[in-house]
Design a binder for this molecule. Structure first.
Ligand SMILES: Nc1ncnc2c1ncn2[C@@H]1O[C@H](COP(=O)(O)OP(=O)(O)OP(=O)(O)O)[C@@H](O)[C@H]1O
Ligand SMILES: [Mg+2]
Length: 295
């Protein structure tokens, strides 16, 4: 039986909410469960995952793949870290951290972004053919085109938020404007909590089975601020290095709850339809008239 590949996007309204740390740790948690995982640094404006992996010998970056300069295979690094047990495979696609590449990506127009979306969607077939189960996409914060591409291509979108008022307000707005439009399977992760009573956050309540809902949206996890997480550096992923740490347990619970094997993957999404949705979203946010046909 062929495997079904699921795309999971880690997104947020504001920066610094924990997307990168959560992506890396969720990747390890899924590998621990035997899943073959591909991880993308999709934060082309502020790449960060290159510091976690050995990029020696890497000729191409994810930027080159999206630009049509190389195949996805050439843009991926096969991470051979020889973990024990029945860990799944890991391949990473990294964003080019050079100043030139960051400048270059800032100059890309809408047409380029549309082609980039098509390329991103095409990765599903490659992963499927190569026995991968999951693609985890660490997106840029906010509503950049690349983030929207990550969200629209995903089967599950995880939004990391902190309890800070401006983040909460922005997150609610973003979810209603962007996520509702795409009818995404979305869940929130409240991260870096210090001394906050979760139920006192406005808009938060318990559902019937004692889970949390924030403005009607499922809360997948509530993660306290841990000094150990802050200290973790290159190659030091909590789920691997600190198996009994509470942070690890929370991440592993998250992975169990979105375990792909228990859910069938959605149909491959159509790039043109996604582009249309995205244009409507951009028009909506900019107050531009939406035609009856688009409606
Ligand atoms: N639960 C946590 N406890 C303590 N520190 C955390 C926790 N989660 C994340 N951090 C720390 O917060 C900082 C920001 O995390 P991270 O880089 O993962 O956020 P990000 O959302 O990817 O940021 P950006 O939007 O800039 O890409 C890092 O120093 C990270 O170690
Ligand atoms: Mg990041």
């Amino acid at each position: 039986m062929t495997n079904l590949v699921r795309f999971i996007a880690l997104h947020s309204y504001k920066g610094g909410t924990g997307k990168t740390i959560l992506s890396l740790n969720l990747t390890e948690a899924f590998r621990k469960r035997g899943r073959n995982v591909c991880l993308f640094d999709f934060d082309f404006r502020a790449p960060s995952q290159h510091v976690w992996f050995d990029t020696t010998g890497a000729e191409y970056w994810l930027n080159d793949f999206l630009d049509g300069k190389c195949s996805i295979m050439q843009a991926l690094i096969n991470v051979q870290d020889n973990p024990t047990g029945s860990y799944g495979k890991l391949m990473v696609g990294l964003a080019n951290p050079s100043t030139e590449a960051i400048r270059d990506i800032n100059l890309k127009d809408r047409r380029w972004e549309m082609r980039a979306l098509g390329r991103l969607l095409s990765v599903r077939n490659f992963l499927q053919d190569n026995g991968f189960d999951l693609l985890i996409i660490d997106a840029s914060p906010g509503l950049l085109y690349s983030s929207i591409n990550a969200v629209v291509s995903s089967d599950v979108a995880l939004v990391a938020a902190t309890p800070e008022t401006s983040d909460l307000q922005g997150t609610i707005r973003m979810i209603h404007e962007l996520y509702d439009l795409f009818s995404k399977k979305t869940a929130l992760i409240f991260n870096r909590l210090i001394g906050v009573e979760i139920l006192k956050i406005p808009g938060m309540k318990k559902d019937k089975s004692d889970g949390l809902l924030f403005n009607g949206l499922r809360v997948l996890a509530v993660v306290p601020c841990f000094c150990d997480v802050q200290r973790a550096g290159r190659g030091y992923v909590m789920v691997r290095e600190r198996p009994n740490h509470p942070f690890t347990r929370i991440v592993e619970e998250m992975a169990a709850s979105i375990d792909p094997q228990s859910r069938p993957a959605e149909k491959t999404q159509d790039a043109k339809l996604m582009q249309l949705y995205r244009d409507i979203f951009v028009k909506k946010t900019m107050g531009i008239h939406i035609s009856d046909e688009e409606r």
